[in-house]
Design a protein around this ligand. Structure first.
Ligand SMILES: Cc1cc2nc3c(=O)[nH]c(=O)nc-3n(C[C@H](O)[C@H](O)[C@H](O)COP(=O)(O)OP(=O)(O)OC[C@H]3O[C@@H](n4cnc5c(N)ncnc54)[C@H](O)[C@@H]3O)c2cc1C
Length: 450
């Protein structure tokens, strides 16, 4: 009969590794199962900016303490080791599709002159973060099983059994689902049937050397459209912490049969108003990602499985949010076992904390406006963004980003009424349609894991 661990953790991203480290340090017996052979290697697109230093997010204000080499979570009262490189950035610049106008969020020059003290945040190496967490987990006795693909989960009596594609089984009193945005465990538990599906985001990212955007130490964010389709595509150029003169260049948006995001990115680099940024640039590495957009799981617990990180959230809990959930879940399990309550009651404080700090902190529907805000098409996007001529406050909170831009556009309503009454009519119509309904075309072209 296989060993029964206190907890079997599925997934070795920020959530799973953090949960493993904390559970191991608390003295629990832990198995960590990860599909990738090399756990810290980065195989999926991610900009890895420390999100979010400048304001509360998920009830926290995390920041990178570069002197102590730690990422600090002052509200939740913990920090994690971070031994890797970082690069500061100072503003966020959104470019109109025709490349003729830039909406400035954050005073780049003023912030840059203050260096680390006034930065907006920093890009850091996820690889170093994961390696540090993995080292700590191993040092605390966690048994780590890389190259292990979980395909099944069942609860028999008071024990959970995790089944793998390699024909192995791992048994635990608790399971932690930390298997990311397209979580198989959440699907196997049947929880996706209780969630609303809004679409699938796909994207392609290149690490490139020699990229020269106008404001290099910022997020450069052109809005693109493809082949006359009305769907906005996010392009992103930010610094990469992984090498000298290296940038992360990305294009992504909702999956659509007529949009090939590699083609979009290549065209933006070779033949677009932004091509001059890439005149002498070369690609050094490529990644992609596929991420389903769901409403949050109703409750991050079922059958003694605690759901953490992206697995139960709408798109991204971010690396930082994922670590917070992993740590809380591990601590809740520790308490439950010590109290002799290895059940839902025992981990109730995790469920309550998650409800308050994730769905309770931000309405996930506001995230959807990020996807729908440019649905009016290229011509209208060019017109509206050009009205924003003042420097806006910068927020790394994706929910506030759109609010800040829309707030400025709304301040120019008299001008729009005069110059483009057709846009006012369109805005009035859109305002009556719930954002979930606006997402309908995206849901139809997505591929949900029900
Ligand atoms: C384009 C893009 C840009 C981003 N930019 C940022 C950013 O700037 N800052 C930031 O903080 N976050 C960013 N994120 C989000 C961040 O990457 C995620 O929120 C974070 O990695 C989630 O951590 P997690 O541990 O929940 O899941 P993941 O990091 O996805 O980890 C899940 C792990 O589970 C493993 N796994 C999956 N299925 C199985 C299985 N069946 N069996 C075994 N193992 C399995 C996977 O291999 C993976 O290692 C970005 C994401 C994307 C897509």
């Amino acid at each position: 009969m296989a060993q029964v661990y206190d907890v079997v953790i599925v997934g070795g991203g920020p959530a799973g590794l953090m949960a493993a480290k904390v559970a191991g340090e608390n003295g629990l017996s832990v198995a960590l199962l990860e599909r990738k052979e090399s756990i810290a290697a980065i195989q999926r697109s991610c900009q890895t900016m420390v999100a979010i230093e400048d304001e509360y997010y998920f009830g926290e204000r995390m920041y990178l303490d570069e002197k102590q080499h730690r990422i600090v979570f002052p509200v939740n009262n913990f920090s994690v080791r971070y031994d890797g490189p970082h690069k500061n950035f100072y503003a966020w610049h959104v470019y109109t599709p025709d490349g003729k106008h830039c909406v400035k969020m954050g005073d780049y020059e003023a912030k840059k002159s203050g260096g680390s003290k006034t930065r907006l945040s920093a890009f850091y190496s996820k690889q170093h973060l994961l390696q540090g967490l993995l080292d700590d987990a191993l040092a605390s006795g966690v048994q780590v099983f890389p190259g292990t693909n979980v395909i099944g989960h069942k609860r028999v009596g008071e024990t959970n059994t995790v089944l793998t594609a390699e024909g192995k089984t791992y048994r635990g009193t608790f399971t932690i689902a930390a298997d990311g945005i397209n979580s198989r465990l959440v699907k196997l538990l049947g929880l996706n049937r209780e969630r609303s599906f809004f679409g699938t985001i796909v994207g392609v990212g290149y690490y490139m050397k020699g990229v020269r955007p106008p404001y290099p130490e910022s997020i450069n964010y052109p809005i693109l459209y493809h082949n006359g389709l009305p769907y906005p595509i996010m392009m992103w150029v930010g610094l990469s912490p992984y090498g000298e003169d290296e940038s992360w260049v990305y294009a992504g948006g909702c999956s659509h049969p007529e949009i090939n995001y590699k083609e979009v990115l290549d065209r933006a680099i070779q033949d677009s108003p932004f091509s001059y940024w890439f005149k002498n640039a070369v690609i050094v590495r490529r990644h992609a990602h596929v991420a389903n957009i769901w409403s949050p799981v109703p409750t991050p617990f079922l059958d003694n499985v605690l759901i953490t990180g992206d697995a139960g959230w709408t798109v991204e809990a971010e690396c930082t949010g994922s670590m917070m959930t992993g740590r809380r879940a591990a601590n809740a399990i520790t308490e439950a076992l010590r109290d002799g309550r290895p059940n839902r009651d025992g981990v109730k404080n995790y469920i309550d904390w998650w409800q308050k700090n994730f769905p309770g902190f931000m309405d996930y529907r506001e995230f959807l406006t990020l996807m729908t805000s440019g649905l009016a098409g290229e011509d209208i996007a060019n017109y509206l963004y050009k009205l924003v001529t003042e420097t806006l406050p910068c927020s790394l909170n994706p929910y506030n980003l759109i609010k800040n831009i829309n707030g400025s556009i709304m301040g120019k309503i008299a001008t729009i009424q005069k110059e483009r009454p057709d846009i006012i009519t369109m805005m009035q119509t859109v305002a009556t349609i719930p954002v979930e309904k606006q997402m309908k075309p995206f849901a139809l072209t997505g591929f949900p894991n029900y």
